[in-house]
Design a protein. Structure first.
Length: 395
């Protein structure tokens, strides 16, 4: 049975099929652990009334070995049909073809929101004094900005044609070294900005969060990032005037470099953040470092209009750890929590979160986290999964 969207609401059947991509490198280890933990949480929460059937899709190295294609057409098509899926980390192919499999999937399905919640778990070591103050949800635009991949290499015919157009047709004179420059184009649209900000506002209102902050570099990039800010304010005033007047919603903005300072000095001032792609990349990883690292940072790519969503580990394939039973599955596990919440299976999601919280408080974690915990007990990937399953069963 498939997830569907009816009258704007996600509808999840009791026995649902969820497509997944195992992933490359450590994906082969952390994905089975994620599935085992999720299955146990669903059994414990619903006693067999609900269940997940996992449908494997091919992408990355496994797909290339099997089909000669890094991203077979059947894979995005299956995600399109089943609406909701999850994936492990994928390698970036070397040489020509697809720049990034992750970006290709996002653009193929128009997954315009990269959702990155960031919070601290008690027991996890942090480089900041008060990590408990970090509790934010990042809405990073996922289809425009520099990740659109519109660029030309220095010395190519295309670069020379663009240079000629810029100088001869648009009278551009500020290219310092024109003959040796590569070029990129940064598209930022009104529609793309509005749908991202709208999603962030809806999330804040639904979760009773105090503010949405537009993070931008509009003081320099006035017509792209500056317009993002202006369009965001205009949307809020046009569509959420009552919420603004009543105080249910607060919209503010911060220049990106100041924001990166402020999250260290006063992170409690921010709850929901809406920003463009490149800023969101920097911000998400900086915040993750403040709460213990990208190994416990969840992520999702969502189109709130169509309902399509792919949840994913936010870290890379870590080939140096592959096959050694040392990889941390927490990022993918927390992404599965986001997936279960998206499906409306909040009880199962809460069981996984509670199991992680209890493990970290007890100093039980994979080595990347346990070695920094006072009295920490380092567990292998499989053993950490078994630890979480045991805690869920005890509920």
């Amino acid at each position: 049975m498939k997830v569907s969207k009816v009258n704007g609401q996600i509808q999840t059947p009791a026995h649902v099929t969820i497509p997944f991509i195992e992933g490359d490198g450590v994906g082969r280890e952390i994905t089975p652990i994620m599935q085992q933990v999720v299955d146990q949480a669903v059994v414990t929460a619903y006693g067999g009334v609900r269940s997940i059937e996992w449908l494997e899709l091919l992408a990355g190295e496994k797909a290339f070995r099997t089909t000669g294609n890094w991203l077979p057409e059947e894979t995005p098509e299956a995600f399109r049909q089943y609406l909701v899926g999850i994936k492990g980390p994928l390698t970036t192919p070397v040489g020509g073809g697809i720049r990034s499999l992750n970006v290709a999937l996002r653009q193929e399905l128009d997954l315009y929101v990269c959702l990155r919640p960031v919070r601290w778990f008690k027991g996890v070591a942090s480089p900041v004094k008060e990590p408990q103050k970090v509790d934010m949800v990042i809405f990073r635009e996922n289809t425009e900005d520099i990740y659109a991949g519109i660029e030309w290499q220095q010395g190519t015919d295309e670069a020379r044609k663009l240079l000629h157009f810029l100088t001869a047709e648009l009278n551009v004179t500020r290219i310092r070294f024109p003959q040796t420059s590569s070029f990129g184009i940064k598209p930022v649209s009104e529609e793309g900005s509005e749908r991202l900000v709208r999603a962030a506002i809806e999330y804040a209102l639904h979760h009773n969060l105090p503010s949405v902050t537009l993070v931008h570099k509009g003081n320099i990039m006035k017509y792209t990032e500056g317009s993002f800010k202006n369009w965001g304010y205009a949307l809020a005033e046009r569509e959420y005037a009552e919420e603004l007047r009543s105080g249910r919603l607060t919209i503010k903005d911060v220049i990106a470099d100041a924001f990166l300072q402020n999250i260290l000095l006063k992170p409690e001032d921010y709850s929901v953040v809406a920003t463009l792609n490149l800023n969101g990349d920097y911000i998400s990883d900086s915040l993750a470092a403040m709460v213990g690292g990208i190994g416990i940072a969840p992520g999702a790519n969502i189109n709130y209009e169509t309902g399509h969503a792919i949840f994913e580990a936010t870290h890379g394939t870590a080939p140096n750890l592959a096959g050694e039973n040392r990889a941390n599955p927490s990022s993918l596990l927390l992404s599965s929590v986001l997936m279960l919440e998206y499906l409306g299976w909040n009880e199962a999601a809460a069981l996984i979160t509670a199991a992680l919280e209890n493990a970290f408080r007890a100093g039980e974690a994979t080595n990347d986290l346990a070695r920094f915990m006072p009295g920490g007990r380092s567990l292998g990937t499989k053993e950490f999964g078994e630890c979480l399953i045991s805690k869920i069963k005890q509920v």
